[in-house]
Design a protein around this ligand. Sequence first.
Ligand code: OMP
Length: 271
Amino acid sequence: MTTNQLINQIKKKQSFLCIGLDVDLNKIPKHLLKEEDPIFAFNKAIIDATHHLCVAYKPNTAFYEAYGIKGWRSLEKTINYLNKNHPEIYTIADAKRGDIGNTSTMYAKAFFEDLGFDSVTVAPYMGKDSVEPFLTFKDKHTILLALTSNQGAYDFQTKTIDGVEVYKEVLKTSKTWKNSENLMYVVGATKAEYLAEIRQIIPENFLLVPGVGAQGGNLQDVCKYGMTDDVGLLINSSRGIIYASQSEDFAEAAANKALALQAEMKDILAK
Ligand SMILES: O=C(O)c1cc(=O)[nH]c(=O)n1[C@@H]1O[C@H](COP(=O)(O)O)[C@@H](O)[C@H]1O
């Protein structure tokens, strides 16, 4: 999907919500465990109940890889279901990959070509030749970790090298890479106070912002400092939406949580 198509969807739906499909068999309603593929059954119900309220879904691959080949099949069924029934939805494989060039090419093929995701999360740590292979794919985005939502972000990302914070160096240097227009960046909602400075370096690129909900990030603060004329934000919530209820009404409860966030987004967009 192109960036413009994503922007059009955001404007049409008055939503920049991304729902994280981080499915844990210990947390889904017990009655679904009788299904042939409980993970897909859960995702399908969540997608059917929420697709009109969000513009993106982000399965974190760890939650699928943890169940081996069965989990990978559930991931494949989920992305196929989305691409077939909701081609207007933006899809993110949250896989946090990145390796030497020829290996990165294989990761890119796996997520963009074989599975058909619109984007994949990538760690910048191995540098230019580990990221550029992802950027060569047309109409696909590479979402680079810049300033993450967790406590460990302060271990390296905010440290300075030659007077420049590492996360700022990631933003500045990656902007010079070939096909850098295909870059988006991860900035945690828990780090909203950094957004004004981040926007000075990357005024236009989309940001994937996880950490609203279960991790305590605040939507209003993120929008105040991170929003661009074209919105430029995808706000992710995973547990806060998909585990709103663990009984038979789980999909309806998820839709209610998604609606509350979408309503807040609609108000922000109206201002
Ligand atoms: O890349 C990510 O999506 C990500 C980056 C980050 O800095 N923090 C972060 O929480 N995430 C992911 O975003 C999701 C957050 O989930 P919840 O805290 O349940 O909303 C998880 O899949 C995390 O792996």
